[in-house]
Design a protein. Structure first.
Length: 359
């Protein structure tokens, strides 16, 4: 949610140097540590995934990594962060990484909350040029990484986001995917983005380290720390691009195709939008933003209510999705306004599978 598509100026990359409108622009990648690989400069990439008690999902993800297509100038390694209290993913990891095509390691991060796991991944990164994130309930397309790198190199973007293809197990559940509970924005290849998330993204490490960008641990009991992370990158002068063909796949199981689960996730989205302002913007401006955005969402919600006689349950779902987001914005703003400001980041509501967020 919230991405704004802009027209990119003319860009080209020559010998790892970025030019925009025929003017040379400093490229961090040009000064990152490349190593000689098959006689050419190699691009070092670490692919990261955080996992918590999803042995089946992790096994499928690791299996899909084996099928990745790469180029001779890509030097890969893989990092799995187990966020359980005890390293419960070790057995699956050991089994699925036997004879793995690239170096792959598992680290244990016992501090609870996906921001802790993602921050641990940042701390574990070595001397690489880019790092990628995917979720442990996804699988990747064979061309996934090649497409992300292509857009990164041709646009000089600080981060590159790809799409998620949603699927369901049963044909009768496909209507869920046409609702705002699961529907996503699509953009042209190379379109400019000002936000991103860790479900399918490639990020330039040198920029992140230079500007000291981190996953905010104050959001460890809520989803949305990745939204804030990429907003911080943009505030520091970075920007993103969209890789329309860098697909990952996610199957929505029966447990997620329920009203309660879907509404919990929409509530998280609203809280995320509020918290990203409350944690970075002036307090009163943040409260005003939450009120105005909630009002706008309510207006659009009422428009969807009018479609219920024609669209049936899809109209109901869209109305509830937007209305829930509006309520979450107001609830979070009120929590900050009438109590300690940072209580807004405490676990006041049940979070439904926060690691599966897809906007």
């Amino acid at each position: 949610m919230g991405e704004k598509e802009e027209t990119l100026p003319e860009r080209r990359v020559e010998k790892n140097l970025c030019y925009i409108d025929n003017r040379f622009i400093f490229s961090f990648s040009a000064f990152s540590s490349y190593s000689l690989f098959y006689g050419e400069l190699a691009l070092k990439i670490t692919v990261c995934a955080c996992t918590l008690q999803r042995p089946g999902g992790l096994a499928s993800l690791l299996a899909s990594f084996r099928g990745l297509r790469t180029t001779d100038t890509m030097e890969l390694d893989f990092l799995i962060v187990d966020n359980d209290l005890t390293p419960s993913a070790q057995g699956v990891f050991d089994r699925e990484t036997q004879n793995f095509p690239w170096p792959c390691r598992l680290v244990h991060e016992p501090r609870p909350g996906v921001p802790s796991a993602r921050e641990r991944a940042l701390q574990e990164l070595g001397d690489v040029d880019y790092f990628a994130f995917v979720d442990d309930d996804e699988t990747v397309d064979a061309n996934w990484l090649v497409e992300l790198v292509k857009i990164a190199r041709t646009t000089c973007a600080t981060f590159v986001q790809g799409p998620v293809q949603m699927t369901v197990d049963r044909e009768e559940d496909e209507w869920w995917l046409r609702t705002l509970f699961f529907r996503q924005h699509r953009y042209p290849d190379g379109a400019r983005l000002v936000e991103s998330w860790t479900n399918n993204v490639l990020v330039e490490l040198a920029f992140v380290r230079l500007h000291d960008c981190h996953f905010d641990l104050r959001m460890r009991f809520n989803s949305g720390e990745d939204t804030l992370f990429f907003q911080d990158i943009v505030r520091a002068g970075g920007w993103g691009a969209y890789a329309a063909n860098a697909w990952v796949y996610e199957t929505q199981g029966e447990a997620r195709l329920r009203w309660k689960w879907a509404l919990h996730r929409q509530f998280n989205y609203g809280r995320t939008r509020a918290l990203t302002y409350l944690l970075r913007k002036p307090f009163l401006a943040s409260i005003a933003y939450c009120a105005m955005r909630a009002g706008a969402l309510t207006g659009v919600c009422l428009c969807h209510v009018a479609t219920i006689p024609f669209r049936g349950r899809i109209g109901v779902a869209n109305s509830l999705a937007l209305g829930t987001r509006a309520c979450a914005l107001l609830y979070t703003a009120a929590s900050a306004l009438f109590s300690d400001r940072l209580r807004a980041v405490q676990p006041t509501v049940a979070i439904a599978d926060a690691s599966s967020d897809v906007r």
